[in-house]
Write a protein that binds this ligand. Structure first.
Ligand SMILES: *Cc1c(COP(=O)(O)O)cnc(C)c1O
Length: 392
């Protein structure tokens, strides 16, 4: 029963946060403490995150987009450089290259998984490529070893956009441990595996990059006497050594991040269980197939439960399908519109027709509700309604 006394079914969004009383108490405690912005909780969150993903360092920042900007900067991206990104991703993967005066170069994706292929990256590699940024779409890791092989011998480095993939594994190693990549970035937006409201982080095993990113996060300022270019005349002294930003995350946000991280394994388990139920219930739906089928060498973190629907075969449009589901109180979303189709990138010369894999994936994809608090009967309801709406 809802508050107004009706027993109307609840609306199921495609994704949402899971917040409990312990999260709330932790934020309230931070609010009563000495530090609102950079304080002890930032470092604690960074250490716990680094430990979870098996990296030496984690740098927490204001959001996942700031994490991409910071990571590309640390990797040496500058004016006139190229950053290879998937044609199918969230805008930020490409935009962060533009922030540094670099140009995103789009590589096509596998039409069945939406994940960038090593072959398409190899075709786009040039002497100007500074970074290749694979995206672990829906939480399923991109094929990192072949990507690393493509880059071998070039001056380009791998930076993982792992915004979907906290808790995922590739060949037995956690995503973010930087076995294959120089840097990996995460987002803690409410729909992701854990939330700090807004927030992001970069993980790396490189101590010099860790320091450089901390400087970039706060205006390019350096306080440590050992790192100054002159002897410090006093304790107030600081130097600006590069052009940085205010990308700091707050202690309030990290208080939430710490309690959320403590629940990550439960959240992941719940996502995997619900995804397995979807897989089973969708098995006999004609024209509908799940995207992130488990591969033997990888473990998805199930950020999204996306399916591919053959709308042409079923004689339905995606727009009418989404609308009918919405009327049945089921939220869905499309991840993502190919970035080269965006007016901003078209105006810079990109041609969306050059990415048939991204287009084929985009035209069929739909993300169904998935989050830890979703219940088994909710999944059953989503599949029943999808069956009804599609007439299959
Ligand atoms: C969420 C997301 C980002 C950006 O994260 P924000 O925290 O929203 O700035 C970057 N890349 C991908 C693939 C994402 O899904």
């Amino acid at each position: 029963m809802s508050l107004d006394g009706s027993d109307a079914l609840p609306f199921l969004p495609y994704g949402r946060q899971t917040i409990d009383e312990a999260d709330i108490a932790a934020v309230v405690e931070a609010l009563r403490s000495e530090y609102l912005t950079t304080g002890p909780r930032v470092g604690e969150f960074e250490q716990r995150l680094a430990a979870r993903v098996g990296a030496r360092f984690a740098v927490a920042v204001a959001n996942g987009t700031a994490a991409l900007h910071t990571a590309y900067f640390a990797a040496g991206v500058g004016l006139g450089d190229e950053v290879i990104v998937p044609a199918l991703t969230f805008l930020a993967t490409a935009n962060a290259a533009r922030y540094l005066g670099a140009e995103p170069v789009f590589a096509d994706v596998d039409p069945e998984t939406g994940i960038v292929t090593p072959e398409s990256v190899a075709r786009k590699l040039s002497p100007r490529t500074r970074v290749v940024a694979p995206v672990h779409l829906t939480g399923m890791p991109a094929d990192l070893s072949p990507l690393a092989e493509v880059l071998a011998g070039s001056s380009a480095v791998l930076v993982e956009d792992a915004a979907h993939a906290l808790g995922a594994e590739y060949r037995g190693s956690p995503i973010g441990c930087c076995n294959e990549a120089l840097l990996a970035i995460f987002s803690f937006h409410p729909v992701k595996q854990l939330t700090t409201a807004e927030g992001g982080a970069i993980t790396t095993n490189d101590a010099a990059l860790d320091r450089r990113m901390r400087t970039f996060r706060s205006h390019g300022m350096v306080h440590d006497p050992a790192e100054l270019t002159v002897a410090a005349p006093g304790p107030w002294y600081y130097e600006q050594q590069l052009l940085g930003y205010n990308y700091r995350i707050t202690d309030l946000q990290c208080a939430l991040g710490i309690t959320q991280l403590g629940k990550l394994e439960r959240f992941l388990e719940r996502r995997r269980k619900l995804a397995a139920l979807y897989d089973k219930l969708l098995e006999d739906l004609r024209g509908v197939s799940p995207v992130a089928r488990q591969l033997p060498d990888r473990k998805s973190a199930y950020h999204l439960y996306s399916v591919l629907i053959d709308f042409a075969l079923l004689g339905k449009s995606r727009a009418e399908t989404m609308l009918a589901l919405r009327q049945a109180k089921i939220g869905t979303q499309v991840h993502y519109i190919p970035v080269p189709a965006q007016p901003y990138y078209r105006a810079r010369g990109s041609d969306p027709a050059a990415y048939p894999g991204a287009r084929a994936y985009y035209e069929r994809t739909l993300s169904l509700p998935l989050y830890p608090a979703l219940e088994e009967h909710d999944v059953e309801r989503v599949v029943t309604e999808l069956r009804r709406v599609l007439g299959v």
